[in-house]
Write a protein that binds this ligand. Structure first.
Ligand code: HT7
Ligand code: ZN
Length: 854
């Protein structure tokens, strides 16, 4: 029911080249008058169909005459029209303060703001709410001046003035035709941190980051990131900004991270506000990445938008790839790559292996909001990365230049992008297109055979993509794999790095002149988003962890060693830890390595990732195996952890790559010291907590304490709460750190926190901080009696009534039931069935929960 299919796409019957919107803003009752210039697209006799979000028009006027022969069908307004072009006016009244879904026009912290992607505009006014209808918008806003002194919309400001009764107005015009999902307005009591950016052609752009007055000091980092992003896009992609103003507004209630509305980005405040006392290094990095991401959308998303929502990855995958490149250029590219791959494996690989798997260009959906997924975003970015790898930098840039030239001002498709890449580079991407069509993570087995007689090594590589829902059998994909061979005795390069493009089920790659036993380094830089299975021994992985000159491959070898050890230990109750301990010791001892890299390399894989390697996930066994390894590594390398901890002290907070690396290593070392069980560990953590001049050190210490049993644990939580209780973003951290605790009593704590006076499901950040984090806590969520599943299902059912989109995004952990033992699987299914049977369930939740059961 209600399935929308990609193959059913038809162009719009009516275009709307111009729209004028007139808002009489008020939190309880906002009047919206829309004047649409509509033009028949071809010789058809279809009426004008304007999407609506449940409202009834107060009036419908065609060419200046009120009409009555309109009708409502499934929420849409049907207007019979006879000519080739008309002016259609509608008026509606909406109630922003009652909008708990946070889609359309809503109230947040006393201000009014909008979120229209994907289908929120129809909740504001009647309109063909689809991305291939592009219009020039003129917007007039009127509101009470004391309550809403600032009135912002897309484009450039053109006029403003006062009205009787303490009201005022402002008019904005955006000259660039845009789809309705990019519309935005903000009315509020806000102040701006302002700056100017001079573009490559010498135009001055007025930049403004708008926040509550008290938050102004926390906007410097975001503003600097915006300026850096604008310069980066000019230098790396030749893209210049096009309006005279660029505004960003931070709001506390937001379903997502941020939104790229033309000239008026609206952000979740967690991706704007930062200072050393309240934001971690992770937060600072995420702010720069999200500011860049939304800014980059001005070209990859706004100037060229999507023809339909099946093409979402056209803008999202490409823009994530662009923001990843930006972040890599701001610090350690190697560490950035490791972080991105860890994120892909944590979120996208499980999605690709589960009931909600879909290609980066899906074939069908029920509710498009459910498709803002790690697959569309992160696998989408990996697909663009593979194109960049195959083409090389110059040809890739020629391809993107051609794409921006050809499709500027249009609503394009993924096919348009790939065809531009081919035409710009001269490289045939026919078979590569399968990456857009096939879901699932390819599994690659690689085996290296050395023939000492002929000095020849032969690598046999096979690929297989497992079945996914609706796709029982798969064709071989194009896999760009970077390979290198090292000599086991001499550590010399036996075969330099090469890029091989695999496109067959099985292939043999021959290396000549290999005079000693070779060790294979494969998928260097994670050149293809695949799972690699090799027959490399623990000794070979240890060798690579010490000698590989590709930082990612070095990290990967270490991870594989750790994974093999943990899987064996979880399966058998015990394993030999020696190889892992030696590899960690070697990494800590290597003074040539960047501390940020060391911190990543010595971290054990997460419980969830260990579970992903097992035929049946056993959360308790994995937890025990991981704790045992952590304790052993902590004890056997005790001196090294103390030395690393002491060496990683930074005098004063500085947000630089070097200082960030030291802070990261310090908290990783603290974690191992605590895991070793020494008496002074809690004291050390508490001293770090109390002495910290920044949130990274404070939160790192708090997380260590919260996992333990010490009296300092309660003290630190209380101190943290009392210090930051009035800061919503930091309070989210307080909820989250407790929901992620590996303690046995976490479920009881989280149940209590759900009743805490500061907990509310109405704020998505708070809901995610408690419920989302708890569902990611493998030990607590998967409690054998099913109490964790029940708690989450109860919360999601309650949240669905307020905010279906946010609730539906938290279904996937329950959908992983096939990966668990029969008892847990039955308990998870039971909760999914209860959700599906809930009266009044949203379309969002129904799609996610019913597909998860199938
Ligand atoms: N393009 C934006 C997507 C988005 C969104 C989607 C569904 C519901 C609410 C939303 N807020 C923003 C964000 C981005 O990818 O840049
Ligand atoms: Zn985006």
């Amino acid at each position: 029911a209600g399935v929308i299919r990609r193959e059913d796409y038809t162009p719009p019957d009516w275009q709307v080249p111009e729209i004028a919107l007139d808002f009489a803003l008020d939190a309880a009752a906002t009047r919206v008058r829309a004047t649409l210039q509509v033009v028949r697209s071809s010789a058809h006799d279809q009426p004008l169909v304007l999407d609506g979000g449940g409202q009834t028009p107060l009036s419908v006027i065609v060419d200046g005459v009120a009409i009555n022969d309109w009708r409502l069908e499934g929420g849409a307004l049907i207007v019979p029209l006879s000519g080739a072009a008309h002016v259609v006016e509608t008026e509606v009244e909406i109630a922003p303060e009652r909008n708990t879904q946070l889609m359309g026009l809503y109230a947040s912290g006393g201000n009014l703001c909008t979120q229209c992607e994907a289908e929120g505009f129809r909740r504001i006014t009647f309109f063909p709410d689809r991305p291939d209808v592009l219009s020039v918008y003129t917007v007039r806003l009127a509101a009470d001046k004391a309550r809403y002194p600032v009135l912002l919309a897309n484009g450039d400001p053109i006029a403003a003035g006062d009205l009787p009764d303490g009201r005022h107005w402002a008019e904005w015009r955006d000259p660039f035709p845009k789809p309705s999902y990019l519309f935005a307005l903000v009315a509020g009591d806000l102040v701006a941190n302002r700056a100017t950016f001079t573009t490559m052609s010498g135009r001055d752009v007025a930049l403004g980051i708008w926040v509550r007055a008290a938050d102004l000091p926390k906007t410097e980092h975001a503003l600097a990131a915006l300026q850096t992003s604008m310069a980066w896009d000019e230098r790396v992609y030749g893209r210049e900004y096009d309006l005279d103003v660029f505004n960003i507004v931070a709001v506390d209630d937001f379903n997502f991270g941020a939104m790229e509305n033309k000239g008026l980005n609206i952000f979740n405040s967690r991706y704007i506000l930062a200072d050393a006392d309240t934001a971690t290094d992770y937060d600072f990095d995420a702010i720069a990445a999200v500011v860049a991401h939304e800014y980059f959308h001005n070209w990859s998303g706004n100037r060229i938008t999507c023809r339909d929502w099946f093409q979402l990855s056209l803008k999202e995958g490409f823009t994530v790839f662009r923001d990843q490149g930006f972040s890599a250029d701001q610090g350690s590219a190697a560490v950035k790559r490791i972080e991105d791959v860890r994120g892909l494996r944590a979120a996208q690989f499980p999605e690709d292996a589960g009931p909600l798997a879909h290609p980066i260009r899906p074939d069908e959906y029920q509710e498009i909001s459910n498709f803002y997924t790690a697959t569309i975003y992160n696998k989408g970015a990996e697909v663009i990365r593979m194109i960049a790898t195959i083409l090389g930098p110059e040809r890739f840039r020629a391809g993107t230049d051609l794409y921006f030239d050809r499709f500027d001002g249009t609503a394009a498709t993924c096919e348009d992008f790939v065809a531009s890449m081919e035409a710009g580079s001269g490289v045939d991407l026919s078979q590569f297109r399968l990456w857009y069509a096939q879901a699932g993570t390819p599994r690659v087995t690689a085996s290296l055979h050395h023939d000492t007689g002929s000095d020849r090594a032969t690598l046999t590589v096979s690929q297989r993509t497992p079945p996914t829902p609706g796709q029982p059998s798969k064709q071989p994909m194009v896999l760009p794999l970077k390979l290198k061979l090292f000599g086991a005795q001499t550590a010399q390069t036996l075969a330099p790095e090469q890029l091989v493009l695999l496109d067959q089920p099985t292939e043999h790659i021959v290396f000549e002149g290999v005079g000693e036993r070779p060790i294979l380094s494969i998928n260097r830089g994670f050149s293809a988003p695949v799972v690699i299975e090799t027959d490399r021994s623990a000794a070979d992985l240890a060798f690579l962890s010490a000698h590989d000159d590709d930082p990612f491959a070095r990290y990967e070898a270490m991870q594989q060693l750790m994974l093999d050890t943990l899987v064996e230990s979880a399966a058998n109750g015990t394993a030999d830890h020696q190889a892992v301990i030696a590899a960690i010791a070697g990494t800590l001892d290597n003074a040539a390595l960047d501390p940020a890299f060391i911190a990543e390399a010595v971290l054990l894989p997460s419980d969830a990732f260990v579970g992903d390697q097992m035929a049946r996930v056993d959360p308790e066994a994995i937890f025990r195996a991981r704790e045992a390894l952590r304790a052993d590594v902590g004890q056997r390398l005790a001196g090294r952890w103390r030395a690393a901890y002491d060496a990683a002290q930074v005098d004063r907070f500085e947000y630089t790559p070097a200082a960030k690396g030291l802070r990261r290593l310090k908290t990783v070392a603290l974690g191992y010291i605590a895991a070793s069980g020494v008496d002074d560990a809690a004291g050390l953590a508490f001293a770090q907590f109390e002495g910290a001049d920044n949130m990274t050190d404070r939160q790192g210490a708090l997380a260590t304490l919260v996992a333990g049993e010490s009296p300092e644990r309660v003290a630190a939580l209380d101190i943290f709460y009392n210090r930051y209780g009035d800061n919503a973003l930091v309070l989210d951290k307080w909820f989250q750190v407790q929901a992620l605790s590996s303690r046995a009593d976490t479920l009881a704590t989280v149940e209590e926190l759900a009743r805490h006076r500061d907990f509310t499901l109405a704020n998505p950040n708070r809901a995610r901080a408690l419920i989302g984090a708890f569902s990611a806590n493998q030990r607590a969520f998967h409690a054998a009696d099913g109490a964790g599943y029940r708690f989450v299902a109860d919360q999601l059912i309650a949240l669905d009534k307020l905010n279906p989109q946010t609730a539906a995004k938290m279904i996937p952990p329950l959908g992983r039931w096939r990966r668990f033992d029969e008892a847990r699987a039955a308990l998870m299914r039971q909760e999914l069935e209860r959700i599906v049977a809930t009266p009044g369930l949203s379309k969002d939740m129904f799609e996610q929960a019913s597909k998860s059961l199938a």
